[in-house]
Design a protein around this ligand. Structure first.
Ligand SMILES: CC(C)(COP(=O)(O)OP(=O)(O)OC[C@H]1O[C@@H](n2cnc3c(N)ncnc32)[C@H](O)[C@@H]1OP(=O)(O)O)[C@@H](O)C(=O)NCCC(=O)NCCS
Length: 182
């Protein structure tokens, strides 16, 4: 089913809906799992949802309507990252894969200078990690203790990416992880 992205205006028309979305959902694998309205207001005012590095979108599904939120990050670099958050009722239904494919389509079609597109998630976010693998993204790094956990021991941050040429061909360029013989 068709996935589209509606660019959102964090300081105008979409401000209240953005604060509502971020505060009524729980994000168990994000650094801030239960953001408060003040946290989101702070992020909005420092441009975290829209500035030269960031842009944010609602994710719309042809049948289900508005199902989540997407932020593109590091846009002034040529290898941007993203943050994807489904609204709770739409999690656990396999929609993440369709969305990930649509996000890569959006980035590679609308940003001709982007050659690689990256994503990171916490090591125990199995749903997101399976979604990356199924979408043909390649694990490129496992940053041990790289993900702070509120009141707990840091976990690993796992980094994936997709290359433009893999997006174009549908093939996955791999590499030999243990390439250096010692
Ligand atoms: C992460 C997210 C995008 C994944 O999309 P989704 O459509 O909800 O993914 P699903 O829950 O359908 O999971 C994908 C696969 O992982 C499997 N899976 C999920 N949790 C699992 C677990 N703990 N152990 C084993 N498999 C698991 C699912 O069973 C599914 O496999 P299947 O199709 O064979 O059944 C979505 O859940 C979400 O927005 N979560 C909250 C925000 C978030 O964590 N975003 C990631 C930031 S990068």
């Amino acid at each position: 089913m068709n996935i589209t992205f509606a660019r959102l205006d964090p300081v105008g028309a979409d401000h209240d809906a953005l604060v509502d979305f971020m505060t009524r959902n729980e994000f168990p694998f994000h650094v801030r799992t239960r953001p408060r309205a003040a946290d989101i207001e702070g992020l909005i005012s420092k441009g975290a949802y829209r500035d030269e590095d960031n842009d944010s979108f609602w994710i719309d599904h042809g049948e289900l309507g508005r199902i989540g939120f997407l932020r593109l990050e590091d846009l002034s670099d040529e290898d941007p990252l993203f943050d994807l958050r489904l609204d709770t009722p739409f999690r656990g239904r396999g929609l993440g894969l369709q969305i990930l494919r649509a996000v890569a389509d959006h980035v590679f079609r609308t940003m001709p200078s982007v050659n690689r597109f990256e994503g990171q998630t916490r090591e125990d976010n199995i749903a997101m990690r399976k979604t990356f693998h199924r979408g043909g993204w390649v694990k490129e790094a496992h940053y041990r203790e790289g993900w702070p956990v509120d009141g707990g021991t840091p976990l690993a941050s796992v980094a994936y990416s997709i290359l433009r040429r893999d997006w174009e061909t549908g093939e996955t360029t791999t590499f030999v992880w243990d390439d250096l013989v010692l």
